[in-house]
Design a protein around this ligand. Structure first.
Ligand code: G6P
Ligand code: MG
Length: 220
């Protein structure tokens, strides 16, 4: 049986994906990289800040030292955190609050598994923090998705074995990470059909779907 659901943050619980894109686009423009697009941003979903930076820099033809790269990643993060200043509960995506309440009523533990080091700040600003039993994020891990570490840490914090956890994701790296962690996965978001998750759904609110997913028990 599934006893815990681990949600990705950006693009699953909150609409911060757009802000990540805007902050990277601003940095790209300053570096005279004018061909960074939303398509490139798709490949940045779920992966770490430094790996995301590499995707932007690949669009230009300048080589940077590690120290310079760290400064560029910090610069992007400063833009992003500035944008988060006005973040509030209106950034919580459709059906999320209702789905979290429904899971809580069923005695399901709720975790967050995200590469973002800004996870605690975002959960606090959007008012989601009290609904979450355990947070595992970029601060807790050394390897980012598709490595399973972030989800394994979340399961540990929830005191559940991996095979009793279901991951909700909107990124390919995240679905691969869930599988590598030995967890079932539910894909949401515009790319959900392409992510090769165990399930995909347009809405987080279908009680029948949750019943089906939560009842799954499987052997390793
Ligand atoms: C999430 C987002 C990525 C972002 C990463 C790191 O996984 O989907 O686009 O690069 O978090 O976020 P951070 O807030 O630590 O820069
Ligand atoms: Mg995401």
């Amino acid at each position: 049986m599934i006893k815990g659901v681990i949600f990705d943050l950006d693009g699953v619980l909150v609409s911060t994906d757009e802000l990540h894109y805007e902050a990277w686009a601003k940095l790209a423009r300053e570096l005279n990289i004018n061909n960074y697009t939303k398509e490139d941003n798709k490949a940045q979903k779920g992966i770490s800040r430094m790996e995301s930076l590499e995707i932007v820099l690949k669009k230009g033809n300048i080589a940077y030292t590690e120290k310079e790269k760290e400064a560029l990643a910090d610069r992007k993060n400063n833009y992003y955190v500035e944008m988060l200043d006005s973040l509030n509960d209106s950034a919580v995506l459709k059906d999320v609050k209702e789905a979290l309440a429904m899971l809580k009523n069923r005695g399901i533990k709720i975790g967050v598994g995200s590469a973002s080091k800004n996870t605690p700040l975002i959960l606090e600003k959007t008012g989601l923090e009290p609904s979450i039993d355990a947070v595992s994020c970029g601060i807790d891990v050394t390897k980012s998705k598709p490595d399973p570490e972030v989800f394994l840490v979340a399961a540990k914090k929830l005191c559940l074995p991996p095979n009793e956890c279901l991951v909700v994701e909107d990124s390919y790296a995240g679905v691969v990470a869930a599988k590598a962690a030995g967890m079932k996965s539910l894909a949401v978001g515009p790319e959900r059909k392409l992510l090769e998750a165990d399930y995909d759904s347009e809405t987080l609110l279908s009680e029948t779907d949750w019943d089906l997913m939560l009842k799954i028990s499987y052997n390793f």
